[in-house]
Ligand binder design. Sequence first.
Ligand SMILES: O=c1ccn([C@@H]2O[C@H](COP(=O)(O)OP(=O)(O)O)[C@@H](O)[C@H]2O)c(=O)[nH]1
Ligand SMILES: O=C(O)[C@@H](COP(=O)(O)O)O[C@H]1O[C@H](CO)[C@@H](O)[C@H](O)[C@H]1O
Length: 337
Amino acid sequence: MDTTRIGLAPDAELTLSPRVRSWLRRRSWRADDWTAAQLAALKGERTVSVVIPARDEEETVGQIVRTIRTALMEEDQLVDDVLVVDSRSQDDTARVAAEAGARVVAQDAVLRPLPGMHGKGEALWKGLAATSGDLVVFVDGDLYDFTAGYVIGLLGPLLTDPGVDYVKGFYHRPLVNGSHTDADGGGRVTELVARPLLNMYWPDLAGFVQPLAGEYAGRRDVLESIPFVTHYGVEVAHLIDLLRWRGLDALAQVDLGMRTHRHQSTQALGRMAGQIMLTVMDRLDRSGRLAAQEAPSTLLAQFRRAAGGVDRELVVTDLAVQERPPLRTVRPPRPPG
Ligand SMILES: O=c1ccn([C@@H]2O[C@H](COP(=O)(O)OP(=O)(O)O)[C@@H](O)[C@H]2O)c(=O)[nH]1
Ligand SMILES: O=C(O)[C@@H](COP(=O)(O)O)O[C@H]1O[C@H](CO)[C@@H](O)[C@H](O)[C@H]1O
């Protein structure tokens, strides 16, 4: 049931494909569509693990763990295990997480005979390996406004619809820079790299409001059946691989409201963007599309904050470009001098 209120911008001349529009209506929810008590009752024998990848997150990881423990393990028994994967932190992340009540594992101590790999994707994969929940929820460790609703919303579709395998969160993402806040400036790599590429080559994924969201959940049997790209390509690869393997209807998204987190530098995001582009090119190569046999879609779906009964409005732009031939083919080169 689409309760997220995503409307089409009044001046829109283009829209999404009928398949994606239908998906957007049927596979988009809001975190407050469920309560922890309702889902805890629905859970039955199924178990839930929360995995928090954390590199140098001593300032924020403790509050996230305490919120999960208090609301979702003590008040309502929705979550069975919360694990923090200490991803080679140089600060007190491990101690802070343990004191808050999390299990903590060092990324390189999991599946030790294997040589350690690097980055966020490695931390997530090791977290999957070090947990056993039938359902697994991934939550970044650098969130400032995390609420239990994030976990409740992500689990809602998985506990109520057997056809859903994987759920992404979405939210408004302010960019907080000291005393200045840009209300929708966050998600810079999403807006500048991931969303355009996904719209060009996998337009069925155009309905994801936050394709790189660090908060998502899935069924263990599915998560253990897909690769995890190391570093920051992990999220974009999940969507591409799952679309191909399980189909669009196995994917869903939930409105979690607002998300503020520790922002990386532009340079760090440049590296993240490069990893994401390499991941995308790898997926194109695997599907034989790198030779650009098939022209990419030129339509770009974007979502902007709106008023008047909708939380956000969809704007689709045709990015098609034309090309002038070399000037020298239109007029003879100018004589020197
Ligand atoms: O090698 C890494 C890189 C990142 N992270 C964690 O993954 C989450 C998201 O990473 P980050 O905040 O760097 O990405 P951003 O949210 O800025 O895109 C955070 O909890 C990081 O501590 C990690 O565990 N290992
Ligand atoms: O969405 C994005 O553009 C980046 C950067 O966000 P900001 O511009 O710092 O708000 O953050 C996400 O991307 C990473 C790569 O997929 C994820 O690992 C992060 O969890 C997510 O926050």
